[in-house]
Design a protein around this ligand. Structure first.
Ligand SMILES: Nc1ncnc2c1ncn2[C@@H]1O[C@H](COP(=O)(O)OP(=O)(O)O)[C@@H](O)[C@H]1O
Ligand SMILES: [Mg+2]
Length: 275
């Protein structure tokens, strides 16, 4: 069964896109196929990882974009961007569709698209991974509704933990509204996880975040699945468009500390898959 996973962030810069890309690359290593759907119209940064500014206009056509997921009966054509990785590209104008989406099928566009094309999706992809904007727009609510799993990416920030209930609240609201009239069951059935990100070794706030997170992992191991340290290696995902799995065989990354880091990230991704 194809799994639909949304990497949700509480604020921009948390590391959601970083984990979307690295998760897809991790799956590539496992021989699994991933479709990335970029609905973060504020940055389209998942799309920018694979296309330069010039290529954005030359190579991406309207039928390759997430915008067409929010039109009746439309089925976009994903672009293959890497071995075993496909992309439905982001478009910075997607937010302009918000009113039309609200007046139309609202938060059900992605759900209906997935239902209608499930056979094709199952055949092609093991994972469909979403990179939504950190808002509660109808576009983002579509992701919350269609997801089997939602990974909340929280970085070290005094507000990060306080914002988690906000995301939970958004999900709970939709859960109550979106009921299947035949069975009276909610259409929202996502399992939720929290991934701590960018944790440094030093600094009071980092040490405290790590401690708080570890306590939460003990209390709610199914929800708080682990944290990822702040490492230059993963940052290269952005600057050199490489994943940690592209770098892991390079001589520079063979030391115990880098190997431990890669293992740590893999363990978290594996937990997401197995949960
Ligand atoms: N664990 C990490 N260690 C170091 N840098 C990171 C880590 N996670 C993300 N980053 C960096 O943080 C910045 C924001 O990440 P990004 O994935 O674009 O965030 P978001 O999608 O949540 O806005 C990027 O420059 C990225 O390379
Ligand atoms: Mg992003």
């Amino acid at each position: 069964m194809t799994e639909f996973i949304g990497f949700v962030k509480l604020k921009g810069g948390s590391g959601a896109t970083t984990h979307v890309i690295n998760f897809a690359k991790y799956q590539q290593k496992q021989g699994k196929n991933t479709l990335i759907i970029d609905t973060d119209y504020s940055t389209i940064s998942a799309t920018r990882r694979f296309f330069t500014n010039k290529e954005l206009s030359d190579k991406i056509k309207p039928e390759n974009e997430a915008t067409s997921l929010f039109e009746n009966n439309s089925n976009p054509t994903p672009l293959q961007v890497d071995e075993r990785i496909w992309l439905i590209a982001g478009n910075m104008n997607l937010s302009n569709e918000e009113d039309r989406v609200k007046q139309g099928m609202g938060r059900r566009y992605l759900f209906f698209w997935a239902m209608k094309h499930m056979a094709e999706i199952q055949e092609k992809y093991d994972y469909v991974v979403f990179d939504p904007h950190n808002d509660n727009s109808m576009i983002t609510q579509n992701v919350l509704l269609v997801a089997d799993k939602l990974v909340i990416v929280a970085d070290v920030d005094n507000d990060a933990m306080d914002l988690i209930p906000e995301v939970m609240k958004n999900i709970n609201v939709i859960e109550k509204i979106e009921i299947n009239p035949m069975t009276m069951e909610s259409l929202v059935n996502a399992k939720i996880f929290v991934l701590g990100n960018k944790v440094k070794h030093v600094g009071r706030s980092h040490v405290q975040f790590k401690k708080d997170f570890e306590d939460l992992m003990k209390q709610h191991p199914d929800l708080f699945i682990g944290f990822v340290p702040d490492r230059e290696m993963i940052h290269l995902t952005k600057i050199d468009n490489l994943s940690i799995f592209d770098l892991e065989n390079q001589a520079k990354y063979q030391d115990a500390s880098h190997r431990k880091f890669i293992k740590q990230v893999e363990t978290i991704y594996q937990k997401i898959c197995e949960a």
